[in-house]
Write a protein of this length. Structure first.
Length: 190
């Protein structure tokens, strides 16, 4: 009597696994990706999205800065990037010599994918900026500037049309907070 139960239990475990392994890859496409004839609809792959990344800085609850960057991506052109920066001259002593400090923000989006109302992507952000001055154009002090460098790497899944916080961190010692928001919006072409 235990042999038939063992046989039935084995069938119940193996049957779903064998069906999953034998399913052709074409069945993995969702209904919105195929037209009435069952062939792949390439227009869904060409949908473009505007990606807005906003980086907010605050110090002890007081907003100290905000930077926003916009770029375009689709399931085909899925690796946009931004390079925004400059060089700060700093006097390195007498004789009119200067040392330059690189500052700015680099953003890389990788593997952008859209599936209906959700988008996923890899987001890498690198920022370099002065800490001890409000002006980033040049320094007049004799002390070298303190340059803060930060690197963020996240892989969010967000709802299209909704701004979402994808990273937030507060330094308990300095009270400095960084918050990164991501908004993806479908671009309507006429």
């Amino acid at each position: 009597m235990s042999a038939p139960r063992l046989y039935l239990a084995t069938l119940l475990l193996i049957a779903p696994l064998s069906l999953a392994l034998s399913t052709p890859a074409a069945h993995a496409l969702s209904p919105q990706d195929t037209n009435d004839t069952g062939s792949h609809d390439s227009s869904a792959a060409h949908e473009e999205f505007q990606i807005t990344i906003t980086i907010k800085f605050s110090d002890h609850g007081k907003a100290t800065g905000e930077e926003s960057y916009m770029m375009t991506a689709s399931n085909i052109a899925n690796n946009p990037s931004v390079r925004d920066g400059g060089r700060i001259p700093m006097s390195s002593g007498s004789g009119g010599q200067f040392q330059y400090y690189d500052i700015g923000t680099n953003i890389d989006i990788t593997n952008f994918k859209n599936s209906g109302s959700l988008t996923s992507m890899g987001v890498k952000i690198e920022t370099n900026g002065p800490v001890n001055t409000s002006s980033t154009d040049s320094f007049d002090s004799k002390e070298p500037p303190v340059i803060r460098s930060a690197r963020y790497s996240v892989n969010p899944i967000v709802i299209v049309g909704k701004s979402e916080t994808i990273y937030s961190s507060t330094n308990s010692a300095s009270g400095r907070k960084v918050e990164i928001l991501l908004l993806t919006q479908k671009i309507e072409r006429k």
